[in-house]
Design a protein around this ligand. Structure first.
Ligand code: 13P
Length: 287
């Protein structure tokens, strides 16, 4: 059964480790992540962006697939199904569809509007035993070929949003989605430290987990990061393994064109990436 992410992240914050949010795109992704979490006895958060939700034909399909898979695969570790960077309407749809957790990304609104909308969602998730992630300070990344640098959130604004009754907070600390550019300045630990000092026990979320060096990940965890989002790295691993399979002509040998064979190396590559991240984040055997 799906659980919300509140308890797993409280435990992570207290235990000085982080739980990975791995974004899912289809059945292979979901299966690979769930199997790895079970194998490593680790809690896990399955992230679904609005675009991926649409791709998988809608949130109800996602809920059906994940619930079914958890039962058929005998998954017993804590699993949360979480909307990633949701709009207000997307959040309401996921509440209705049976997600166990949502992120409302109001970071592009003026702070008062972000606060007002987040506050409404706090009430709604409480009625459904779900968890809510809010965001302050937008997280950059590639849009139309232009890579925007990550913003640094205002710690006072973080405190304001953290006090609304949310369960975990994403704050921009110079992180961005996708690959980091060569001239990236690194994470702003000064900002992270100031945010943690003001928000106390609130588990903090680090987006853009792809490509952040291991020592920075460890330092971020020591400063209160309890959830780390990874998406692009699994996509790159999947694409590389699939390319290799095809370049080696394996799809043309025997029944190598069978999707169950053709997609297998990619799925194995996702598993290896998730394993590496869970080990780095310290969530192994924390189920
Ligand atoms: P990456 O794609 O950079 O790993 O970021 C994932 C993320 O933060 C999803 O919200």
């Amino acid at each position: 059964m799906l659980v919300n992410a509140t308890e797993m992240l409280k435990k992570a914050k207290a235990g000085h480790y982080a739980v990975g949010q791995f974004n899912i795109n289809n059945l292979e992704w979901t299966k690979a992540i769930l199997q790895t979490a079970q194998e490593l006895n680790s809690p896990v958060i399955l992230g679904v962006s609005e675009g991926a939700g649409k791709y998988m034909t809608g949130y109800k399909t996602v809920v059906g697939m994940v619930n079914g898979m958890m039962e058929e695969l005998n998954i017993t570790v804590p699993v949360a199904l979480h909307l990633d960077h949701g709009s207000y309407d997307g959040c309401l749809k996921c509440v209705e569809a049976g997600f166990s957790s949502i992120m409302f990304d109001g970071s592009h609104y003026p702070i008062d509007e972000n606060v007002a909308k987040t506050k409404e969602l706090v009430k709604i998730v409480a009625e459904h035993n779900m968890s809510l992630e809010a965001e302050v300070g937008s997280i950059g990344g590639e849009e139309d070929g232009v890579v925007g640098m990550g913003e640094c959130a205002d710690p006072e604004e973080c405190k304001r949003v953290a006090d609304l009754g949310i369960n975990f907070l994403a704050a921009g600390i110079g992180n961005i989605h996708g690959k980091y550019p060569a001239n990236w300045q690194g994470l702003s630990f000064e900002t992270l430290d100031a945010i943690q000092q003001l928000t106390g026990d609130m588990p903090l979320v680090l987006h853009g987990g792809t490509g952040i060096p291991a020592d920075m990940i460890k330092k971020a965890i020591s400063l209160g990061v309890s959830k780390i989002n990874v998406n692009t790295e699994c996509q790159l691993a999947f694409a590389e393994a699939t390319r290799k399979y095809i370049e080696e002509g394996k799809d043309q040998q025997g029944k190598g064109y069978d999707p169950r064979k053709l997609l297998a190396p990619g799925a194995e590559a996702i598993k290896a990436t998730v394993k590496e991240k869970m080990e780095l984040f310290g969530s192994v055997n924390k189920a």
